[in-house]
Write a protein of this length. Structure first.
Lengths: 127, 127
DNA sequence: CAGTATCCATTTGGATACTG
DNA sequence: CAGTATCCAAATGGATACTG
């Protein structure tokens, strides 16, 4: 992709409110979004299935998270007007591409969170 | 680093509270952490310099963010006991490695946030 | 089943005043 | 200069009750 935009996105200047890094973190930084994407990456799922598989999520937060992802075009919501109604969620193409950078982040976590925990312990034992 | 832990970190099972993805997002998901890392990646900086370069950050939040990063071993804090005191912050090796997955995320943003904005507009115009 | 609506406790973070 | 301490408004999110 080309960055021909009027705002040249200086690589070292991400401290504006509308910078891409800020926006993506606002998108995925909450408690449930990445978990929903993670589950849906295994395949489509109904609302109740998502709720079961994501331990601890409330109905309100799951709905809210799914609405946000749908609004952003990362998740597709399909309603089958049966009785009772069946609603199936799935990742869009855009949603699927997000998994790659998320996995990079997860990989960093796996490699470094041991050191991070050790550093925290050392820090807390100071003085 | 080796992952010899008793919890094998199933790749498709990131819905536990202590999963690596959750922990790294708790770490970088807040408003200021990635911005601090972004600035420090250009080189060490004093407290006042960070404050100037990160538009909108309050003294309290900058301090809080830096303390958290220091505790995690991602940022090094050096005090020069001059008068007035001079404090210089810099990334540790671990802190520097975090820049790579962050850049991947930023790259995804740059490539997709146009589509996301379009999708939001379409969503909001529905009904 | 898949939500919506409401209430409320906790968390987050900005503003302000003060300090070694 | 580089903080700390305190107060308080707004946002976040869980619990509960209700619905097409």
């Amino acid at each position: 992709m080309v960055t021909t935009s009027a705002t040249p996105l200086l690589p070292g200047d991400p401290y504006q409110a509308d910078c891409p890094t800020r926006r993506i973190l606002d998108r995925i930084g909450d408690r449930w979004t990445v978990l929903v994407i993670g589950v849906l990456d295994h395949g489509d799922a109904r609302f109740s299935e998502l709720r079961r598989r994501i331990a601890g999520v409330s109905q309100k937060m799951l709905t809210q998270t799914l609405r946000g992802l749908e609004r952003d075009g990362l998740v597709r919501r399909t309603v089958y007007p049966e009785v009772p109604v069946r609603v199936v969620y799935g990742l869009t193409e855009a949603g699927r591409t997000l998994q790659e950078p998320l996995r990079a982040l997860q990989q960093w976590s796996i490699e470094h969170l041991g050191d991070v925990s050790a550093s925290q312990q050392a820090y807390d034992l100071r003085d």
